[in-house]
Write a protein that binds this ligand. Structure first.
Ligand code: 0RA
Length: 666
């Protein structure tokens, strides 16, 4: 629906409601103001929930859940039940104190009704110090009401159950009523989103909801959150309860990694702040565990909202870990002098960490509001974490040693890599005429017509050298397998002879210094055997190019040669087939009897120079596959899955031999 049309509808709704109220002669100026407030939300839902697409739809759930989590954080509630009902509505129930039911003097209405109809009322009703919701500052209930076709509220309090309902964007149905005695305590809210607002879809996604609720349970230790979906044939149900909170979260993230200490370090504390003359606290929690990974995994949150772009809490974290580990190393004489200081990168290599702060008045900054801006938080996190991490290291000398050994190793590796890199650069610059001894270069110096064949094995390399067009085709034979660059540390990558040869031959540098305009060839052609080893080498080479010379792939300079699989000799003529279908076709075309002999090539080395030229290298006949990465980020993940620490997916791939088939262009 267009905005204009939507506005017209809500304007008409508003006018109609006002007239009804006047007809009943029970209206006050206040009532009309309230309705106008809710109508404003209906007219500009984006201002309150971002979008009216699926993220906005789910935002309604987060708002209601946040209210219950606030009650839990205030210490009055232990369990939250969330249910997606058969009619598509959602129910959120908690066992807290129950929303207040008395009359609010400013509105003349019950507190329940006020909370659900007056924007900006929420904050005034004794909400806990920490609004979990980052954006709405306690107007969540009224916003959800404004955007729902129906809302029902049940309050269980002081032995009584109360009930109140709203229709079509917050029109109160009757008054808050006692509906009978109860032994329960708490609040239950059921809402059904309005399809006039959520024109795209009003269908909740179970996975989205359960994932967020699991995260909420990790971030708020000790709260039990149950979620169920009653819509399908079978009831889906999960229970989330984490006594260890973010420490368990870190353990969960590390479940497929190798930790270097058995325990997760958990640190919490608080700092004082004063907001508008009101004394309050910033709560800080940090969980840390080191693993054998080479990358760090650090997630930060402010008031239960993930801060993708970091902010002041992450800055405080950086200050603290840098300071503490360097001080420790100095005291323990691990550092001999100032030059030995660890960088932040050294300190976080292999670290998995969660930083979670709760601020009484969080400021989210940036385009996507993914960055915490409160400057007071930097010093509080730095101080709390610094003090308690230092204490942890002193009290746990065994863990401290394991961690410091790991950081020292990272630091040494980083220094070695810097030196190795400078070495590569030097070769690049000063000795640029020195090409690897194994390279049989072409005579052309025009990169556009020059091709580099990277060939598996020395014997195939020999055939390729003899069979090639010497003017335009260069041959670099590779001995055995190249290093798995994803798994290896940077320093070992530069030390690897085969990789060094490739870097020198291509002549365009590596990694950040890679300069495609210096590439000596505009076709880099990987030529490997058509067997499992060949495909493994191909993946290793592609991993290397993806990681260290990605522009080569992005510019379409990387190709895979296609040697034939079969040769058939018939009446003095030779026929080559590149796959099984071609072989079957040829047998039919030549009308060969069953059992007629054909040669299956096991490796490039079985072809002589002339055959290799004719079938695989001659631009007039050959068929090259261009390596084409549509989405570099996704491709990197493919590499990660394939080449990372875990062996299983790699084996699977090598067996299926399928990588890049979907990404290859002929
Ligand atoms: C303010 C005061 C009191 C309870 C609540 C808010 C409250 C709000 C929500 C929203 C969802 N669940 C909730 N549970 C409690 C206490 C009022 C009193 O003690 O009378």
């Amino acid at each position: 629906m267009s905005d204009e049309k939507k506005h017209k509808i809500v304007d008409e709704e508003l006018e109609q409601a006002k007239q009804e109220m006047r007809a009943r002669e029970s209206y006050t100026a206040e009532d009309i103001q309230v309705l106008e407030g809710l109508q404003a939300v209906r007219q500009r839902p984006g201002m309150y929930i971002g979008t009216t697409g699926l993220p906005g739809l789910h935002h309604l759930v987060w708002e209601i859940v946040d209210n219950a989590v606030d009650e839990a954080l205030a210490g009055f509630c232990t369990t939250i039940d969330v249910s997606i009902n058969t009619d598509g509505s959602v129910t959120v129930a908690d066992n807290g104190r129950g929303m207040p039911t008395g009359i609010v003097s400013q509105t003349g209405k019950t507190a329940v009704e006020t909370i659900f109809t007056v924007l900006h009322a929420g904050g005034k009703f004794g909400k806990g110090a920490y609004q979990v919701a980052g954006g709405l500052h306690g107007v969540g209930a009224a916003v959800v009401n404004a955007l729902s076709e129906r809302v029902e509220v049940n309050v269980f309090k002081d032995g009584e159950e109360y009930y109140l309902a709203f229709n079509n964007g917050g029109h109160t149905e009757g008054e808050l009523k006692k509906v009978g005695p109860t032994k329960k305590r708490g609040t239950r809210v059921t809402f059904k989103p309005d399809p006039l607002i959520f024109t795209e879809s009003v269908e909740f996604d179970y996975k989205t909801i359960s994932t967020r609720l699991r995260q909420m349970a990790y971030l708020n230790r000790g709260i039990r959150i149950n979620v169920e979906d009653r819509r399908g044939e079978e009831l889906k149900r999960e229970e989330f309860y984490y006594e260890g909170g973010i420490a368990e979260y870190v353990g969960h993230i590390n479940k497929n990694r190798t930790p270097i200490t058995p325990d997760v370090i958990f640190i919490e504390g608080k700092g004082d702040v004063e907001i508008a003359g009101q004394k309050s606290h910033i709560l800080v929690e940090v969980a840390i565990q080191y693993t054998t990974e080479y990358k760090e995994t650090i997630f930060s949150f402010a008031n239960n909202i993930q801060t993708i772009d970091g902010g002041t809490h992450e800055q405080g974290f950086r200050l603290a870990v840098g300071r503490v580990f360097n001080n420790y190393a100095k005291e323990a004489k691990i550092h001999k002098n100032e030059d030995d200081r660890f960088t932040y990168e050294d300190v976080v290599e292999g670290m998995t960490a969660i930083i979670s702060v709760k601020h009484p008045n969080p400021q989210f900054e940036g385009q996507t509001k993914g960055k915490l801006g409160n400057t007071d938080t930097r010093a509080v996190v730095s101080q709390v974490l610094g003090e308690k991490l230092e204490e942890y290291l002193l009290e746990n000398p065994n863990e401290a040693k394991l961690i410091l050994d790991k950081i020292s190793l990272s630091s040494k590796a980083r220094r070695a890599a810097t030196l190795a890199r400078e070495g590569v650069r030097r070769k690049d610059g000063i000795e640029f005429t020195t090409l690897p001894g194994k390279l049989a270069d072409c005579s052309s110096r025009n990169p556009e017509e020059s091709e580099l064949f990277i060939v598996e094995g020395n014997s195939a390399g020999g055939s390729a050298k003899n069979g090639r067009n010497r003017h335009t085709q260069a041959i670099l034979p590779l001995r055995g397998k190249i290093l798995n660059v994803q798994k290896a540390q940077e320093t070992r990558i530069y030390e690897n002879a085969e990789i060094g040869n490739m870097i020198q031959a291509i002549g365009a540098g590596i990694a950040e210094e890679f300069d495609i305009t210096k590439a000596r060839y505009h076709k880099i052609i990987i030529m490997t055997d058509a067997d499992v080893d060949g495909s493994h080498i191909r993946v290793l080479l592609l991993t290397f190019f993806n990681r260290f010379m990605r522009p080569l792939i992005q510019n379409g300079f990387v190709y895979i040669a296609q040697p034939p699989l079969y040769k058939v000799e018939y009446r003095g003529k030779q026929y080559y087939c590149y796959n099984d279908e071609q072989l079957e076709e040829l047998k039919k075309d030549l009308d060969l009897r069953p059992g007629y002999p054909f040669q299956r090539y096991k490796g490039l080395g079985e072809m002589d120079a002339h055959q290799l030229w004719e079938t695989t290298m001659d631009p007039a006949n050959r068929k090259l596959l261009k390596v084409h990465i549509e989405d570099a980020i996704e491709a990197d993940q493919v590499f990660e899955d394939l080449m990372g620490e875990k062996v299983e997916p790699r084996k699977e791939f090598i067996n299926e031999n399928a990588l890049f088939v979907k990404n290859l262009d002929v």
